[in-house]
Design a protein around this ligand. Sequence first.
Ligand code: ADP
Length: 479
Amino acid sequence: MNILFVSSEIHPLIKTGGLADVSRSLPLALHQAGVNIRVLVPGYPAVMARLTEPCQPQLLAPELIHTPAQLLQTTLPGTSLPLLVLDCPALFDRPGPSPYQNPQGQDWWDNALRFGALSRIAQHLCSAHSPLEWRPDLLHCNDWQSALAPALLALHGQPTFPTLLTVHNLAFQGNFDALWLSRLGLPVGAFHPEALEFHGQLSFLKAGLRFAQRLTTVSPRYAQEIQTAQFGCGLEGLLHQRQSDLLGILNGIDPEWHPATDPLIAHAYDLSKLASKALNKEALQRHLGLRAEPQSLLVGMVTRLTHQKGIDLVLECLESMMQHPVQVAILGSGDSPTENRLREFSIRHPGRISVTLAFSEPLSHQIIAGSDLLLMPSRFEPCGLTQLYAMAYGTVPLVHRTGGLADTVRDELDADQQAGTGFCFDQPNADALWGTFLRALQCYSHPERWRTLQTNGMRRDSSWEHAAQEYLSLYQSLC
Ligand code: ADP
């Protein structure tokens, strides 16, 4: 079975969050299971700079996206996973680390055109006019950036071509002025609420939710939640209508996230050598300028600094945390006011609060390995990967019980106390977070209880194998 997997990010070439991790590790797991899968990504500078294999360029017909473009065929560096790169300098050769925003932090003015082009090329590769000999049997799109492709297939005479859209975050919808319709070659007749229109705008995500044959999200709980007004971002009606086509498949984690083999951390360890985790804590404290206090509870966060992630709840608790033997290491970037407030806290509490406002893959591994507790108080969380990484590294997660966090973290107070892997709270407010934090702090003073949580987390199977089989069954049911 041939699968075309389309994504706007792929680790380690370009990453803003979990989408990049999944776009690498799910196709790799499927590739290793014998599926003939190719991943299509845009040729941003960060992608172009890392291509080393021979690339077999295929020119794309100029009328397709109205600007010169070619398709490069290569493999993801360090793997044998086939990669298709949409090389279109006019759309993707842009400065800055973000694939979506200019260096001033504003969305690129022509994102509709950029990701409309990605979707258009994906659709084209599924058609009889594709320049490649390789033809997909199914198109797997991910998030709004490629969600227009199923609509394009339907509108260009292939309504039965098998398509799957995975929603990694419903809050990002790709909604644009309706004027883009003609620039994207979309029929004006399709601009109505039953097709491409969402409150007067052209919505890429809604187009995918409407036209893809099947829909998945990245956890079962989120699949239920998004059918409600609280989590549905205005699309709950459509999602509820399509509930029989909607499935939640929990993400796994890439094998590169393993403390025994991780080259980015100071000291390798596993369950049988858990004492070495303390060496990573010591190395992290030294690296971040935190006091060398082995007994303090070291609290880590690796996150986008946004309302979704509940960073404001953490800000409300930070001063109280400093009344206890606690240290905090935060790695993130996002809203400027939040960044400023975090900076102030780190200045007020030198040696106890470390804030790194950056995107750093090595430091993210070091914080996950060196911390005792990982905070993840997200208001909503489609799956969440960081808590899965934390558990694999014996770092105990404290989470808001929502979405994928609810599906993956078991509170030590839950029915089977011996099976706990972390701490959960139910209401997304600072009081609930604080109460649960005190419970975690108390538990930390009982090494045996803490060790049980660590052990359970490290034994949890977060490999991709199971999820990859579920995707495979879904593909088979569609083809
Ligand atoms: P989301 O995709 O909503 O941001 P996830 O938990 O699903 O959240 O995935 C986040 C991914 O991005 C993880 O791999 C996490 O380690 C990584 N990440 C987030 N912020 C940073 C950062 N500042 N530096 C490095 N990695 C980060």
